[in-house]
Design a protein. Structure first.
Length: 698
């Protein structure tokens, strides 16, 4: 017994020492739940110590002893403990959570927000930063950007407020932190709580073999007979697309589209209202009319008017085509079901699939055998190799947090180590829906001149393998992988001096350019031919199938565009509020996006309560960014189309001017350096078939 006690007291929290793993990667197997809180508290203490050192430095404030130290000073410790534990904890909270972690997150949220406020509202620290801002030596563009973002970051966090203002700001940010966390936890619980348990063979009518096998596996995992359909996309989408059981499609659709509006503890309606008001009040406290004005000061769009101009231009350009798409869908449904058939939202995917089959003889299931996950991985890594010369090598000695996760070492074209890349592929119980990229370690150059390389992770919810089949993906899932991989390249190629400006630390409406750019390759013949081989026969994907993929790339594209625009309108409607928001969320939502709608709206569904992007995910007043970046990505890809999609010279220019530069200069400066001029909307309209190449040049 005494030996066990002695062993316990000798155990060192893994966050407190060098990890002693390949590339100093996170030792997941050694971390216990209690380690997080201890590391957070010690990290806060060390952070306070580092701040005190800067504040009490008797020498005149300079860029080196103040600004650079705020960003890169790891103190006497060779790393920033708080960053180190925060990165791991936030990833686990999204990718592999449980009740204990959720409870700890609730406990730590106000403590961490208070600490961030303590730093940002430290009067003496701000006085030093302000002094440097007003009396600095000549700086290079990266140093200048760091100085401006540091100064502005403090101002935007309330440094110029009086004491009463600072106190109010603390209250607002602490409450918002707790509520956005609560929003996410409610959504995850509600999402995982619903299952459609089917026990009769006829309930599966229309479902392809892959969907049946996945549903059988889901039931087996829960120790039940029959089949289980969940709200996770790889389960939900095939059911909505193929099931002939309209009653079950309706049930599934309503479950997904009423998440967090039920009369239970996971209801998010009041949380959303409160978050909208907290953000409005915070912006007004800092001197802005609305939260959108506050956010857009640091965006390429720069103001509300420009965001609405983009969204309105897209409605004007795409709505006529979207209306035609809807009419065509309705016509087919009535032809099949009778003249009095009314198309509902739970019918859209089902009849869209039938229409696509009729027009292009193309169906997601036809493509699955050619998109076996290990081949897709080879294809995407091969694409990065063709473009940039980098290579990926799986290293099973790098610890991972779940058996689904694979860890790779990444090497540059000259053979030098570049990064660690983790990929987490499949849905599971403790994992949020959707897909995202994150970092366990960012990139920076330390005080000894060592270029600390990043550890980047992509987390997705792709189709799982079954007992007799490997993971076979849809084309949409391949696009998702390419999208997140584009974000990861932005992280892996990072090559800047300061961590806060490296990788994806760029303005929010620029961050989606590298990811959306990569999606373009999904429908390129020359790319598909490199990896799309039948998982059983090894036969390459037939040319006529590729031709049909290319021909169908704009199928329902206008409808898809308006859907994104509607989300952008909803986001802006909430965050351009000037007075306290008191309206009922559901009717407000319907009114906010009405001009982008082409079908009657239901009054018993709600998007807002599950709209993580704008409630808890950092896209508040920024959802338009996806469409903004789409203009950029279509424009950028047109350069590759001109020179060849694998052209190394163009790719190197993209890497040097955009991917490796992070947020070191204004995004438009970086973009123009790559492109040679500002982007136009023409390439996007051409790509989507809304405007022909001939028309756009008239």
């Amino acid at each position: 017994m005494d030996e066990i006690k002695a062993e316990k007291s000798q155990r060192i929290n893994p966050f407190f020492e060098p990890y002693a793993t390949p590339h100093n990667t996170v030792p997941f197997g050694r971390i216990q739940i209690g380690d997080y809180e201890e590391a957070f508290m010690e990290g806060i203490r060390r952070d306070d110590e580092a701040t005190d050192k800067i504040v009490n430095d008797p020498t005149e404030p300079t860029f080196e002893n103040t600004i650079a130290r705020v960003d890169t000073d790891k103190g006497e410790h060779y790393y920033d403990l708080l960053d180190r534990v925060s990165n791991v904890f936030s990833c686990m909270l999204s990718a592999e959570t449980n009740d204990e972690l959720d409870a700890l997150a609730q406990k730590m949220s106000p403590i961490l927000t208070k600490h961030a406020n303590d730093v940002r509202l430290n009067k003496r620290l701000f006085e030093r930063i302000k002094y440097v801002y007003e009396h600095h030596r000549a700086l290079n563009p990266e140093e200048q950007m760091l100085l401006e973002t540091s100064y502005d970051g403090f101002v935007r966090s309330g440094a110029l407020l009086d004491n009463a203002g600072k106190e109010r700001l603390r209250q607002l940010t602490e409450e918002a932190g707790v509520l956005s966390l609560q929003f996410s936890q409610n959504l995850l619980k509600e999402n995982k709580a619903f299952t459609l348990h089917l026990t009769e063979e006829q309930d599966l009518d229309g479902l392809p073999e892959t969907a049946r096998a996945a549903a059988a596996l889901a039931a087996q995992e829960q120790g039940k007979a029959g089949w289980i359909i969940t709200l996770d996309y790889p389960s939900y989408l095939p059911f909505m697309t193929y099931s002939t059981r309209r009653d079950l499609r309706e049930r599934l659709y309503m479950a997904r589209n009423t998440e967090c509006i039920h009369n239970n503890s996971e209801n998010n309606l009041e949380i959303c209202k409160r978050l909208i008001n907290l953000r409005r009040e915070l912006a007004q406290l800092l001197g802005y009319e609305t939260y959108a004005d506050y956010v857009l000061k640091h965006r390429m769009a720069s103001n509300v008017k420009n965001v609405y101009r983009l969204l309105d231009d897209l409605i004007t350009a795409y709505k006529p085509t979207a209306i035609k798409e809807r009419e065509e869908l309705m016509q087919l449904a009535r032809e099949l079901e009778g003249d009095d058939f009314e198309l509902q939202e739970w019918d859209t995917a089902y009849y869209s699939h039938k229409l696509k089959l009729r027009k292009y003889n193309l169906d997601a299931e036809m493509l699955r055998p050619y998109f076996e996950l290990s081949n897709v991985i080879k294809g995407i890594f091969g694409l990065a190799n063709k473009l940039y010369g980098i290579t990926f090598r799986e290293n099973q000695d790098i610890p991972v947090y779940h058996p689904d996760v694979k860890a790779y070492e990444v090497f540059d074209s000259d053979g030098r180590y570049l990064a660690v890349f983790y990929a987490d592929f499949h849905p599971r119980k403790g994992k949020q829906g959707g897909a995202w990229m994150t970092e366990f370690q960012g990139q920076w150059i330390d005080h000894k001149g060592v270029n600390v390389r990043p550890h980047v992770s992509v987390v997705m919810n792709l189709t799982k393998p079954t007992a007799d089949k490997p993971a076979l993906l849809t084309l949409g899932e391949v696009e998702t992988f390419l999208h997140e991989f584009g974000h990861s390249l932005h992280g892996m190629f990072a090559n800047t001096r300061f961590e806060s400006l490296s990788g994806t630390n760029v303005w929010w409406d620029f961050v989606e350019l590298p990811s959306q750019f990569m999606e373009n390759f999904a429908v390129e013949k020359d790319f598909l031919r490199t990896f799309a081989f039948h998982y059983q026969t090894g036969e390459p994907i037939p040319n006529d199938l590729i031709d049909r993929i290319v021909q169908s790339r704009n199928f329902m594209t206008a409808t898809g565009c308006l859907r994104q625009v509607s989300f952008g309108l909803l986001d802006m409607a909430y965050y351009t509020q000037r007075t306290p928001f008191t309206e009922d969320i559901i009717p407000f939502e319907k009114k906010a996006w009405a001009k982008a709608m082409i079908s009657p709206q239901r009054s018993d569904t709600c998007m807002t309560t599950q709209f993580s992007h704008i409630m808890s995910g950092g896209y508040a007043a920024g959802y338009y960014s996806y469409k903004w970046a789409e203009v950029l990505d279509a424009d950028a890809f047109s350069v590759f189309k001109q020179h060849g999609i694998f052209d190394r010279t163009t790719a190197q220019r993209f890497r040097d001017n955009i991917l490796s530069r992070g947020g070191t200069e204004h995004p438009m400066t970086l973009y123009k350096r790559f492109r040679g001029g500002e982007p136009t909307i023409d390439a996007l309209l051409e790509r989507n078939g809304i405007k022909s190449h001939h028309t756009s040049n008239e």
